[in-house]
Design a protein around this ligand. Structure first.
Ligand SMILES: Nc1ncnc2c1ncn2[C@@H]1O[C@H](COP(=O)(O)OP(=O)(O)OP(=O)(O)O)[C@@H](O)[C@H]1O
Length: 713
């Protein structure tokens, strides 16, 4: 890593779901995903609160600024809660030492010194360009090569964990057979991944990189999402290393007669914490029982005994928390703990973010969230990429919110079509077939952000093919200077997308582990990285205290961003110099509640920001389908908010959210009644409205609709 640091602070540079269950805005599902239970009482309490908040937002119209011509302006910058500035003592300029990179300055750290054979060393250096091992590789590779013992590996994100367990397995198989092993020799290793994306990535790494030196060792993959028949055929043909998701593997164990597990000598449970969160404990227990039952000491005659005489289990996890410990208890025996951090006893410390990562925190009032996100992206894409395409990932709490922000920021853009897809599309059109099935990726240019930017979207509600195609296209994207991925936590775990420079957590993570995994998509293997976390003023600011210990030893990696600075930088174009006396100047003014003319603040960046917001609101008013998407996004966002862990409710409490202000950031005039309605329907059926009341209500609506195009909540 080069010691140079960059920052996207306002002043200088202006944020899985798995295939089975996803917290797609559904609190129950999301809680199940994290294994958290909540009493009904709680839910009812909160739904009543929704209703109250919703009603309040209607009456909040008082805070609108009324212009002389009787039209409302959006009061984006009034009635916002105050934000407390934080001052961190910065050491950033002194350069932060990478903690997860290759040990470039350590002469003794070589793959050869770890016992890696010559052919593999050559392949690592020449083909993969890995000159030195990382810290975790230095610990895990010799342990697996020399000690036949179970391992519990706790590694920082982006520290090269995959190579640390795959390389020794490959070498052991190379040594064991003297080159005579073939795909029919049996399954010797199983690597379990929590998600299809991660399994595919591990499989690709084996197939296209590691096994290129020893093409007779055959990796295979079973993850679902394609016909079971073709997976069965693959198993029948024979594989030596099987990469799988637990559910699909369990299915094959039960239903695919020719899956022989008697020779399995290595079982790797990758991302153990996520495997448990996704509820795979039962599937893993069954697999362990089956492996034990089928185990055979006897190996083919041509194998010279370098493989262990028992099964070696490796559990990799970012954390050592309760659930992972439980997985450790059921899967490991007398395991050695290896951690990339300097802890010597199990559980005495938790994982931290890479030490070279700069973590910025921006506290943004709810009304300003949409413009603040746009500003952040404008600023990030305002600079020339250092090389190739600069890449940014933005995390949202639910699929609906991804969908809304995607269409809102790409509404004036052009949809990308893969070249192959385009040809197929043409063919199908000629045949008169539906074209959309061939155009898998969801990526559109975003001139509203920057003319040379393309935004992709990814979440668990998209088909597996679309997800795979989108990830693939995003990681290889070179067509534009800037590529941005809008996603849910579907992309937070384990995915190794090359060259991610920035991560934006637009919606705060659901757990601290999620935070570490999200920010860990950047600052990988020693490279620099930036991450910005959006929080709301008030209780959410308390979350800063929770993440502080994860970033550096002395908060040296943390930086506080002023949202005003970020907006100023992004919307400063055409800004005029500050005018103290607004009445005498020709700069735009607005009228306050007492009908006094007041200037827009410094320059007119806030006019531009307001116009940006108003354009979005106007688009929603004109486009009923998009308005529906915005409404669903708001509702799902609010519901997802209720699924923050009980232990973090002090920071994320739905009761403290100003729903009206939040609705504004989704371009809505007020918090959708749907939010209150759905719950109230469940708990207390509304009495039928009598005709007099109905007339009164209709009259009120008519008056309101005459008076304003935009609400100003
Ligand atoms: N010794 C090395 N030198 C340089 N690059 C390496 C080395 N080892 C691995 N890499 C590369 O580092 C990247 C990250 O590796 P990997 O995906 O295994 O990290 P990880 O520890 O599993 O991260 P996460 O926990 O986020 O999944 C990959 O692109 C990999 O090819």
């Amino acid at each position: 890593m080069d010691g140079s640091r960059k920052t996207f602070s306002g002043a200088d540079r202006a944020s899985v779901d798995d295939d089975r269950r996803k917290p797609n805005g559904n609190p129950r599902e999301a809680q199940q995903v994290r294994g958290e239970k909540r009493s009904n009482g709680d839910e009812q309490d909160e739904s009543e609160e929704y209703s109250k908040r919703s009603k309040r937002s209607h009456s909040d119209r008082e805070s609108r600024g009324l212009q002389g011509d009787n039209s409302y302006v959006s009061s984006l910058f009034t009635a916002n809660p105050e934000v407390k500035e934080r001052d961190y003592t910065q050491k950033i300029d002194e350069g932060l030492k990478p903690s997860n990179g290759a040990l470039l300055n350590d002469e003794s750290a070589t793959f050869k010194a770890l016992g890696v054979n010559e052919a593999l060393c050559k392949s690592l250096e020449d083909k993969m360009k890995y000159s030195k091992p990382t810290r975790i590789q230095r610990a895990v590779i010799p342990a697996l090569l020399q000690e036949d013992r179970d391992l519990f590996v706790q590694a920082q994100t982006g520290s090269g964990k995959t190579l640390s367990f795959t390389l020794p397995i490959i070498q052991k198989l190379m040594d064991a057979s003297d080159g005579t092993l073939n795909r029919k020799s049996g399954v010797f290793a199983i690597i379990l991944s929590p998600t299809r994306e991660l399994a595919t990535q591990t499989y690709n790494f084996l197939a296209s990189k590691l096994c290129s030196t020893c093409h007779w060792i055959v990796p295979g993959i079973v993850i679902g999402g394609e016909k079971k028949k073709s997976e069965k055929a693959r198993i029948r043909k024979g594989v030596n290393i099987l990469v799988a998701t637990p559910g699909r593997l369990a299915d094959h164990i039960e239903n695919t007669g020719n899956l022989d597990l008697s020779r399995v000598r290595y079982l790797v449970l990758d991302e153990g914490d996520r495997l448990m969160e996704l509820g795979f404990e039962e599937a893993i227990s069954k697999l362990l029982t089956q492996l034990k039952k089928d185990f055979s000491r006897v190996l083919p005659a041509n194998m010279n005994g370098s493989l262990p005489s028992k099964r070696i289990n490796v559990l990799c996890s970012a954390t050592l928390k309760d659930k992972v410990r439980k997985l450790g208890e059921i899967s490991l025996t007398d395991a050695k703990l290896i951690t990339s951090q300097s802890v010597d006893s199990l559980g005495s410390d938790e994982m931290k973010a890479p030490e070279q990562l700069i973590q910025e925190v921006m506290v943004v009032p709810p009304k300003l969230r949409f413009v603040a996100l746009s500003a952040t992206l404008k600023n990030l894409t305002s600079e020339e990429p250092v090389s190739g395409t600069s890449k940014t990932i933005v995390f949202f709490s639910c699929s609906d919110s991804v969908d809304f922000h995607f269409i809102a920021l790409t509404r004036t853009g052009r949809r990308l079509t893969m070249e192959k897809g385009r040809q197929k599309l043409e063919k199908n059109r000629k045949k008169g077939e539906d074209s959309d099935t061939t155009n898998k990726i969801t990526a559109t240019t975003a001139p509203l952000i920057n003319p040379d930017t393309v935004i992709y979207k990814l979440h668990g509600s998209l088909s597996q093919q679309t997800r795979a195609a989108t990830l693939n296209h995003f990681s290889k994207s070179t067509s534009h200077k800037h590529a941005v991925l809008f996603c849910t936590d579907v992309a937070s775990r384990g995915l190794d997308l090359p060259g991610i420079e920035n991560v934006v957590e637009f919606d705060p993570p659901f757990t601290l582990e999620d935070h570490l995994h999200r920010v860990g998509r950047t600052a990988r293997v020693g490279s620099s990285g930036l991450s910005v976390l959006f929080l709301l003023p008030g209780d959410e600011e308390g979350y800063i205290k929770k993440i502080e210990p994860l970033h550096g030893n002395d908060k040296e990696n943390l930086k506080f961003l002023s949202y005003e600075d970020v907006l100023k930088k992004a919307f400063k174009e055409d800004a005029k110099p500050e005018h103290k006396n607004a009445e005498d100047s020709d700069i735009p003014t607005r009228t306050d509640r007492n009908k006094k003319k007041i200037p827009f603040r410094e320059g007119n960046w806030d006019t531009h920001a307001t116009t940006f917001q108003l354009n979005m609101e106007r688009w929603l008013l004109e486009d009923a389908r998009s308005r529906e998407i915005a409404t669903s996004a708001f509702v799902s966002h609010a519901r997802a908010y209720t699924t923050h862990l009980a232990s973090e409710r002090d920071c994320f409490n739905i009761k403290k959210l100003h729903l009206g202000h939040l609705a504004k950031s989704f371009g809505l005039r007020e918090a959708p009644k749907k939010l209150a309605g759905r719950n109230s329907q469940e708990h207390h059926k509304k009495p039928r409205e009598n005709s007099k009341r109905k007339m009164l209500r209709m009259a009120k609506i008519a008056v309101a609709s005459q008076s304003s195009e935009f609400n100003t909540i």
